[in-house]
Design a protein around this ligand. Structure first.
Ligand SMILES: C[S@@+](CC[C@H](N)C(=O)[O-])C[C@H]1O[C@@H](n2cnc3c(N)ncnc32)[C@H](O)[C@@H]1O
Length: 368
């Protein structure tokens, strides 16, 4: 019995309150887990989760593993009295052993390295290039379990990134063969997906050193070659990325125009970066600098794909008005949820993906 939906949720550490057991329930007479987890079903759950090879190599947070095992054990232990026909079952040894070990390990280091793996899988997501192979069914990221860790929001993946990933998966031509810049990359899901889906080159940028280090490690975990800033190779390996420090609030004009020139981005991507009114104007300054490069050089339009979680109407309106003030236009992209891919968490706030570009009558700064 292969429980692929249990695997994709467990590897992504989907909270137990949201965990969808439908695929498992289809295997159980009466479709109720209470007391119905036969030894063979328990084995299948363990194989699909804790004993899955990717979970062994890249374990989800220890606290999550414990919650998961506790839930499964409770479904068996708290079974309803048998209604005669149905046989009650006990926990298999391997389940109990894993549960006990997890419980005794729970007080250990709070700085554990833990991972989440996102199913990107299965079909023709790349643009037919050899960069995307079976080994890339998942993007595995080193992440922190907490929302804010080490003073930054960047050490975990946010739902807007998953929405942008869903769009890129069905529309890889957005980035195929192109030079991509990611703003506020965090641990790197979107930028890494772009590299695996066939971008010619990806520059992932963020501000906090801990975030940049995690993004760099995550690129390597997923088989993406990273080059130090400024290094060029005559025959670069693929997929390829640079991880670069960029603080929208402090970068000087000259430094910014040098970066625009060196990155030569055809597409900008960003997810969950317009969440705080203080950073919205600097963020729009970045978008303007990169997007209007096309106007200045008279080349093919440079576009930005921005996924935004609308947590505050005021911040959202500020973002829209700053775009407008800067001579940028936007339209909304219809995103079809990737129901067989990674799991989507609803964490408060509608998520929109926007396509942003320079207005056709945009006057570049240089032109005055
Ligand atoms: C909510 S997290 C989103 C991370 C990632 N894009 C995602 O969707 O999972 C916001 C990201 O924006 C970055 N950020 C915030 N202010 C920034 C600034 N002034 N310059 C560059 N990056 C910034 C943070 O470091 C963080 O990685």
């Amino acid at each position: 019995m292969e429980l692929t939906s249990v695997t994709r949720q467990y590897l992504q550490a989907v909270p137990m309150r949201c965990f969808n057991w439908d695929q498992l329930l289809e295997q159980i007479p009466g479709r109720s887990m209470m007391g119905q987890l036969s030894p063979s079903i328990q084995e299948a759950i363990m194989e699909a989760s804790v004993h899955h090879p990717r979970a062994i190599q890249y374990p989800p947070p220890a606290a999550y593993k414990l919650q998961f095992l506790k839930y499964v054990v409770s479904q068996i232990v708290n079974q309803k009295p048998s209604a005669g026909e149905q046989e009650d079952h006990e926990c298999i040894d391997t389940l109990l052993e894993e549960y006990m070990t997890s419980m005794s390990a729970r007080s250990s280091s709070s700085t554990e390295t833990c991972y989440r793996s996102y199913l990107i899988s299965n079909d023709n997501s790349s643009c037919g290039q050899d960069t995307f192979s079976a080994q890339h069914n998942y993007i595995t990221l080193e992440e922190q379990p907490q929302t804010i860790s080490q003073g930054t929001t960047g050490l975990r993946t946010w739902p807007a990134a998953l929405t942008l990933l869903a769009h890129l998966k069905i529309a890889p031509s957005e980035i195929c063969g192109k030079r991509v810049l990611e703003l506020g990359c965090g641990v790197g899901l979107v930028g890494i997906a772009c590299a695996l889906f066939g971008a010619a080159h990806v520059t992932l940028t963020d501000t906090a050193p801990s975030v940049l280090e995690a993004a760099e490690r995550n690129c390597r975990t997923n088989g993406i070659h990273t080059l130090s800033n400024g290094v060029t190779l005559s025959t670069p390996p693929k997929p390829i990325a640079n991880v670069v420090a960029l603080d929208w609030e402090t970068i000087a004009n000259k430094e910014l125009s040098d970066l625009v020139e060196s990155v030569q981005a055809d597409v900008i991507v960003a997810s969950d970066v317009a969440y705080d009114p203080i950073i919205v104007p600097p963020l729009v300054r970045m978008l303007t600098a990169f997007v209007t490069r096309s106007v200045e050089l008279g080349i093919q339009t440079v576009e930005a794909l921005i996924a935004t979680t609308r947590r505050s109407e005021t911040t959202w309106q500020l973002f829209l008005s700053e775009l407008q003030k800067s001579g940028l236009v936007y339209e909304f992209v219809d995103v079809v949820p990737d129901v067989n891919g990674c799991y989507y968490l609803d964490e408060g706030g509608r998520i929109d993906v926007m396509r942003v570009r320079a207005a056709s009558n945009h006057k570049s700064n240089k032109a005055g």
